[in-house]
Write a protein that binds this ligand. Sequence first.
Ligand SMILES: [Zn+2]
Ligand SMILES: [Zn+2]
Length: 104
Amino acid sequence: MDPLSLVVGAVLLTAGYVSGRLGGWRAARARARTPQMPLPMCTCGHPLSQHDPKEHTCHAEVPRDAFNWAGHRSGQTWVACRCRQYIGPRPIDEVFAPRLLPPE
Ligand SMILES: [Zn+2]
Ligand SMILES: [Zn+2]
């Protein structure tokens, strides 16, 4: 193999790598720019949709430290959230103003 084709190969490899990285950055920046409605949250950290106003429960689950018989921490278990009522901000704006859709 002559040294010239080696150099050309290396340049092509580098170009492909750089353009791939740039594409990744561009995608990440586009994702960061996408407008996202902040979800109204309850003080328990779960959105209104997880709460059942009739049964006064929160359907979300929260991680809790699990302990074995010796009292050592042995990972986590998921238990139902103990929140009884949604007390975060109500999304009233959405009722009166239609959601802004991203231009596409
Ligand atoms: Zn809650
Ligand atoms: Zn909750």
